[in-house]
Design a protein around this ligand. Sequence first.
Ligand code: TXA
Ligand code: MG
Length: 330
Amino acid sequence: METKLLTIDPKNIDEAALEEAAQLLRRGENVAFPTETVYGLGGCATDEGAVRAIFAAKGRPADNPLIVHIWQPDQVYDYVRCVPENAKKLMEAFWGGPLTIIMKRKPIVPDCVTAGLDTVAIRLPSHPVAHSLLRLCGCGIAAPSANVSGRPSPTIARHVLEDLNGKISMVIDGGVCDFGIESTVIDVTAEVPTILRPGAVSLEEVRALLGEAEYGGGGKGVPKSPGMKYTHYSPKAEVFMVKDPAHLNGLAKGKNAGILAYNAENGGFSASCVLSAGKDNFEYAARLFYLLRSFDEHGVEVIYAQMPQLGGIGDGVYNRLSKAAGGRIL
Ligand code: TXA
Ligand code: MG
């Protein structure tokens, strides 16, 4: 299959050009598109063939459910049996934006989208290209991150092509994604609202809004968010998370190694490849997946990455990095 590349300027959207992508989606084909978090690989949410093709292109395990993307809050009622009070508050406060809400699903949502669960994940992105595409399509779009399963999520169109060229109908290039890590996933069907995946909408912000919220889903037993049990975000190089940046040079010495650290440009670091995580956690998040792939392009065999400071979006960076590192902390 030939994968078309369509470039759309998010600041000046050419809707006539974008209509071609919407048509492909309506016909049941798969199109990758930018969101404010990472690039997504879309297919019409109620078209089982389109959804199965997403799983096939990514090599994604069938028991890992997808997020349904919408452009108007009222569309939740197409897919969800009831919208709890807490969900209404979250939608009001954080949509469009990087928050995915898990609610009880309606039968219209195919089993292959939800992996047979009785819940469905819904997200209303803020990215103007995603927004226009969803509006032109008319239907909800099921979309996981547009990477081969297990690889770092793509934050630029070139990284989508690296993984999926020849396997999908189109990639829409809308530039670099703002946040760089995937949306916060929150389950409002639990007694206490439970964040299953940390992201740019933080535990602190959700607590301030709802009064209570907790992290969950990562413990023993059946994970509530099936995606949490898989290896993730792995570049070809081996990754280690390092607590004390003073140890980075020593670890990298004598190896074909990369160092990733805050403000690395002024840190006195020395390694085969030194890349900066930026000055704060928002920059670390925005660059993380991009830089993990860059280290591979530089051909390093091992990456030593400074542990992010916790709190806010830092929890999301910590979560992705510790998965990339297979939990190895030095
Ligand atoms: O920012 C994002 O969320 C991006 C962009 C493209 O929107 N999408 C994304 O999708 O990250 P994906 O498929 O890579 O991650 C979806 C996560 C997985 O961990 C999955 O297990 C979880 O959401 N999930 C989906 N439906 C669920 C459900 N019904 N119950 C619990 N977890 C669910
Ligand atoms: Mg993903």
